[in-house]
Structure formats: structure tokens, C-alpha cells
Design a protein around this ligand. Structure first.
Ligand SMILES: Cc1ncc(COP(=O)(O)O)c(C=O)c1O
Length: 399
């Protein structure tokens, strides 16, 4: 048998191993404490009940759960999604919703439909690494806008729009995680939400709002999604991954009907439709369990873990270190004091058996090497505390 070197398309080089994936593998090593991956803790799930749902699905729905189904998504799943969205204060009509294989796929489809090579997507600085992979893979550029603890700065957004337009590059959309951002943990205030929605409407820039963490709040503040403020100019990406299970790979998007129809055509080309087994399971989780209670209990667990991690950072980080204090979600970003040596820090941390994701992963230009994303979603409190201790030791050892 002869073997020829494969002639890859030029774009193949744009799919590089992500730092997040490689630390994910490291996180599996025995004795390692993982502050890296954004995995939900599934121990809070009513496991027996979910097992019953899964068995009943095959016994009850039988062939329907195992057959090809409509590309938009199952009617029942769409109705379950509408219920979840109503809990966030959003009433989205049935024909605006498209079920996808996770919200990651929703973003892939939207970017395929809306961004040509050389266009510039605007996003937060820092932003979700998986979104950067999508934009890079589809040859879009990324301009990142400064944020603070209240989210994106409208003035900085306005300046970025002007700067990008001055280069002649088109802006297909603004991508934002406005609630409990990944990695920042920051949430846009109500005033910022209004300002950003208004600015984008005025500038004719579509907003893509990615909201997998919105229901996992640690307080009673209601953070109304941008979509509810302007459903004609905002596309909403939702997901069952953080409120039920990432393994079912079911997410959705809500968009104006014309765009939603285009998305359906692209979904058909890419996957025909999202997994029906996953859709039925997610639907039954919403209609047949106390899903709101589950989400509340999950948020309580993450809240206690945030507190444990923050307390441990207080105790173990070198003076001058700062970090964000999220009011929900999974992540905080730690900024090391100026002058702290960062070369070799990840290796030193791994040697000390703790792993995190370097902040540079969340910047298109690889900057912010002095920052670290820490996830508190997965490890129990005592291990978060020990992880922070090991991390503090690794930082000191390098200094
Ligand atoms: C901001 C953000 N968007 C999208 C995703 C991917 O979600 P899904 O599992 O629904 O594809 C994640 C997962 O970590 C995320 O943090």
C-alpha cells in the first residue's frame, strides 16, 4: 500500500490544538486538581430519575426517538426550550427557535452564514475560547473590547466599531456573553445592556448573545437577556449543557424567522439535525422533573464553591494579585501582580498538581499572559482550597 501525504486545505491549519483541550487531558491525571475545564458538576442531578427518563424514552417513544426527525428540532423540545427561556424572562415564538448540537454548533452555523473571510467579529476582551476557534476557523478577524466588572464598556465598543470600519473590514456581528461571562465571570449591568443594544441597533450591527450560564445566579438580581430588549437585532444562543448535561449535546438559538430558516438549511447540511435521543432526554428533563429545583440546587453548589475559592485565593495568592468576583456561573479571572514571572508557570503548577487555563487563550492576539482562568464548577470545596494553595506555592516558587 502506498501512502501519500495528505494535501490539506489552507483552512485546515486554522484548527489548532486548543490549550483548553490539552489541559483537559492533564486534568485527568491522578492527584491533579483541576481549576481548568468548565465542566458542570453532575453529582447534583437526580440520577435515578434521569435513568428512568432514558429507559422510558426508548420504551415509550421507541422508534420516534431513534428515527430521523424534522431539522428545526422536535416540537416538544422546542416547547421545553420556550419554557426555559420564559424562566429567563424571554418569550420566544416557536418559529424563532432552532435546535442545535450544543450552542457551539449554533455559533458555528451563525458565523458560517454571516461572516466572510476578512470580516471582523467584535467580542469582549477576554472572550470564550471556543468562539475564538469558530471565528478563526472561518477566517474571520476578531476585535476585542475592554470590559470591567459590569461588562462591556459602551464607549470602548463605539471606538472599536469606528476603528474596525476605518480599516474597511465589515462587522458581521457583536459576540457577547453578557451574563456570568466565560472567562471573566463579569455580567453586564442593566444600563450597559440598554446602551449596547441601542448602540448596535443604531450602527446596524447584529448582536449574538451567548447565554449558557444565565440561570446559574448566586443572587436574586434579574439579568434580562439582550434578546428580550431587541428580538429583531439579537440572536440568542442557549444550551442545556450547564443546567442539565453537556453530553446530550443539545442547545438552541432564537432568531428572527428569516434568519432562523437560513440556519435550518445550514444545520441540515452539517448534521441533518441535532441528536433526537438528546433532544427527547432534554425535553423530558424539563417536562417531567423539578428542573427549576435542580438548577437552584446547582447554583447553590457553585455559589458555595465560589466562596471557597475566593477565601482560598485571599489566603494563598501573593500580595497585589486581583481576581473577579462573579455573581453566578463557573469562572473567575486572576491577574498576577506586575512583574510576576509567568513563563513556565503552567508547568510549575502542573508539577504541583494543579491545572488552570492561561488567560492568553481567551485573547485572539494571545496577550494577557499575566492572567489565569480558574473554574470553581467542578472540584469540591476542600480541593478548590488545596488547588489555590498549590497554585500560590507555584507562583512564589517562580518569583
Ligand atoms: C460561553 C460559552 N458558550 C458556549 C459553550 C458551549 O456550549 P455547548 O455545550 O452548548 O456547545 C460554552 C461551554 O463552555 C461556553 O462557556
Amino acid at each position: 500500500m502506498t501512502s501519500h501525504p495528505l494535501a490539506y486545505a489552507a483552512r485546515a491549519a486554522r484548527f489548532r490544538p486548543s490549550g483548553v483541550r490539552s489541559v483537559f487531558d492533564i486534568a485527568m491525571r491522578p492527584g491533579m486538581i483541576s481549576l481548568a475545564g468548565g465542566s458542570p458538576d453532575l453529582s447534583v442531578l437526580p440520577r435515578e430519575q434521569v435513568a428512568e427518563l432514558a429507559a422510558g424514552m426508548i420504551r415509550g417513544a421507541g422508534p420516534d426517538a431513534l428515527q430521523y426527525q424534522p431539522a428545526q428540532g422536535l416540537d416538544g423540545t422546542i416547547e421545553a426550550i420556550r419554557e426555559v427561556m420564559r424562566a429567563e424572562g424571554v418569550d420566544a415564538a416557536h418559529d424563532r427557535i432552532q435546535v442545535t448540537a450544543g450552542s457551539q454548533m449554533g455559533l458555528q452555523v451563525l458565523t458560517t452564514l454571516l461572516a466572510d473571510p476578512g470580516d471582523t467579529v467584535i467580542a469582549e476582551a477576554p472572550t470564550y475560547v471556543g468562539a475564538l476557534s469558530v471565528f478563526g476557523g472561518l477566517e474571520a478577524r476578531v476585535a476585542q473590547v475592554e470590559i470591567d466588572e459590569h461588562g462591556m464598556l459602551p464607549d470602548a465598543l463605539e471606538a472599536t466599531i469606528a476603528r474596525v470600519r476605518a480599516t474597511g473590514s465589515r462587522i458581521p456581528f457583536l459576540y457577547t456573553v453578557p451574563t456570568f461571562g466565560n472567562p471573566s465571570g463579569a455580567s453586564m449591568s442593566a444600563a450597559r445592556r440598554e446602551a449596547v443594544v441601542e448602540l448596535c441597533r443604531r450602527e446596524g450591527i447584529l448582536i449574538v448573545e451567548d447565554n449558557p450560564y444565565g440561570m446559574l445566579a448566586f443572587d436574586d438580581e434579574h439579568r434580562l437577556p439582550l434578546y428580550a430588549r431587541d428580538p429583531e437585532n439579537v440572536v440568542y444562543l442557549g444550551s442545556f449543557s450547564k443546567i442539565f448535561s453537556p453530553g446530550v449535546r443539545v442547545g438552541w438559538l432564537a432568531a428572527p424567522p428569516e434568519l432562523r430558516g437560513r440556519v435550518q438549511l445550514a444545520v441540515e447540511a452539517m448534521t441533518i439535525h441535532a441528536s433526537v435521543v438528546g433532544q427527547v432526554l432534554a425535553q423530558r428533563f424539563i417536562t417531567e422533573t423539578d428542573w427549576r429545583g435542580h438548577v437552584r440546587r446547582s447554583a447553590d453548589v457553585y455559589h458555595a464553591r465560589r466562596d471557597a475559592l475566593m477565601a482560598a485565593l485571599d489566603e494563598h495568592m501573593p500580595p497585589g494579585t486581583t481576581w473577579t468576583r462573579p455573581h453566578g456561573g463557573f469562572f473567575t479571572v486572576v491577574t498576577l501582580p506586575p512583574g510576576t514571572p509567568v513563563d513556565g508557570l503552567l508547568d510549575a503548577a502542573i508539577d504541583a498538581r494543579v491545572v488552570y487555563v492561561p488567560g492568553s487563550e481567551f485573547m485572539a492576539d494571545g496577550s494577557r499572559a499575566d492572567t489565569l482562568r480558574l473554574a470553581y464548577s467542578f472540584e469540591p470545596e476542600h480541593r478548590l482550597a488545596e488547588g489555590a494553595r498549590r497554585l500560590g506555592e507555584a507562583i512564589r516558587a517562580l518569583g
